[in-house]
Design a protein. Structure first.
Ligand SMILES: NC(=O)c1ccc[n+]([C@@H]2O[C@H](COP(=O)([O-])OP(=O)(O)OC[C@H]3O[C@@H](n4cnc5c(N)ncnc54)[C@H](O)[C@@H]3O)[C@@H](O)[C@H]2O)c1
Length: 432
């Protein structure tokens, strides 16, 4: 198959690289000339484990190209993988980029093609894309397909190559056949391909993300109760997670969910519900709980420092929204760190990949190269992102480097006993 992908960000790039690895001919398009220049030079503009090697392999095989031109002529399928951020003010998914991309593609279409929306979009958007194209090019021969993406940053290639399922919303046999050809390598290996209508496919993506966010907010609320009643949220999560109907994943208490998807997708689902007069009250509550969790973390940090943090030096380990990505979008650090600075703390941060994005987003912090230099002379150490390199630190060395060794372990990667026996004078986790 000949495939064009519009938008070469986290999703577009990973999809393009993986689809070319399936044997398809893929061209990845992006408006950013800097990004395309980098990719043409073999550099990967994002941090995603394994991506660089797979990209080089498929580019060398001549199956993968990058351009700023809307190179869709002759394509069997054109994937739209542009951003759909929250619209300022109302939380609705901003579809400006999706519709602009559709209009640009319409002008350049030749022959039959399936317009595939991979971006996460509200119900009705695929029909909107069809309308934009029909209006711009009444003669165009095309169908639309909704093919939401479920990959996780940090494990994106594995998720694309070994998905739990592929969801395809289509309305014609012709489009279904093209989509079946594209995903044939996965079908042959028995990965489930779920064919549905357009509306169901669009809603599956939001429902999936809202459900996962619900699990996180649920365990975070249980964590607060654990602290009050003397229970341990890790034990509670294990005890409920072993029930196959519940499942152990997404039951880690922490500083609240962040990232490029959950915050905007829960907001968008709540908005979709309101627009259709079917309020999504669970999702609305999940959003409110997540906001309060971040505030609770700020209070915890201040409490650990005796009720005031002005003039204290705080070392923050990890600022990306999760490990193994450089993505800073909606990371809890973007709420917690400015609040600490606002309360008068001097914040030193370290993150294996977060600095490039984070420098502009976290003004007023000092960037350090490793956890020990960040902790030097500090009054509080906060574990905010559980990168592997923070999981096995020499706690005695850290404590000795600090002025007052206190630890706020917001990812529960250590425990009180270990911290106190390593000379920390105070330790607080989440829900323990
Ligand atoms: N990031 C994730 O983990 C993830 C996972 C699943 C789904 N999604 C969804 O996928 C979509 C894309 O997310 P992302 O994180 O890859 O976004 P991103 O911001 O990383 O990438 C979007 C890219 O599209 C480009 N672009 C915008 N308009 C364009 C146009 N008209 N022509 C060419 N290029 C254009 C931008 O320059 C940018 O490089 C979103 O809807 C998101 O919700 C993201």
């Amino acid at each position: 198959m000949k495939i064009a992908i519009i938008g070469t960000g986290y999703v577009g790039l990973v999809s393009g690289v993986c689809l070319s690895d399936f044997g398809h001919n893929v061209v990845c398009v992006d408006k950013s000339a800097t990004k395309i220049d980098q990719l043409n030079a073999g550099q990967v503009p994002i941090y995603e484990p394994g991506l660089e090697v797979l990209l080089a392999k498929n580019a060398a095989a001549g199956r993968l190209a990058f351009t700023t031109q809307v190179a869709v002529a002759g394509a069997d399928a054109v994937f739209i993988a542009v951003g759909t951020p929250s619209r300022r003010g109302d939380g609705h998914a901003d579809l400006t980029y999706v519709y602009a991309a559709a209009a640009e593609v319409a002008a350049a279409l030749t022959g039959y093609a399936v317009m595939v929306t991979k971006s996460t979009v509200p119900v009705g958007t695929n029909r909107g894309v069809a309308e934009v194209i029909r209006k711009a090019r009444p003669d165009a021969d095309f169908d639309v397909a909704s093919n939401p993406e479920f990959l996780r940053e940090g494990a994106a290639i594995e998720d694309f190559m070994r998905p739990d399922r592929v969801v395809v919303g289509v309305e014609t046999e012709r489009a279904k056949e093209v989509m079946a050809q594209i995903y044939r390598p996965l079908f042959l290996r028995d990965f489930p391909i779920v064919y549905t209508g357009l509306e169901s496919a669009e809603l599956i993506k939001y429902a999936a993300n809202a459900f996962l966010a619900t699990k996180i907010s649920f365990i975070n609320e249980i964590a607060a109760l654990c602290e009050r009643v003397g229970a341990d949220v890790k034990a509670v999560a294990k005890g409920i997670g072993l029930d196959g109907r519940i499942g152990a994943k997404f039951l880690h208490a922490g500083p609240g969910y962040g990232g490029s998807c959950f915050p905007k997708d829960t907001l968008a689902l709540a908005r979709i519900g309101q627009e259709h007069a079917v309020p999504q009250r669970i999702t609305e509550t999940v959003i409110a709980v997540n906001d309060s969790v971040k505030r609770r973390m700020i209070e915890k940090a201040i409490d650990l420092c005796g009720g005031g943090i002005a003039g204290s030096k705080v070392a923050v380990l990890g600022v990306t929204f999760k490990p193994n990505t450089d993505d800073m979008r909606e990371a809890p650090s973007l709420t917690i760190v400015p609040a600490l600075i606002g309360a008068g703390a001097k914040v030193h941060v370290v993150d294996p990949q977060g600095r490039r994005e984070g420098e502009a987003l976290l003004p007023g912090v000092t960037w350090e190269d490793d956890a020990y230099s960040a902790a030097s002379d500090a009054d509080l150490l906060i574990v905010l992102t559980e990168w592997n390199e923070f999981r096995a630190l020499d706690l005695v060395r850290l404590a000795q480097a600090m002025k007052t060794p206190r630890m706020a372990d917001f990812r529960n990667i250590y425990d009180r006993e270990t911290a106190l026996s390593a000379e920390f004078v105070a330790y607080d986790g989440v829900g323990r």
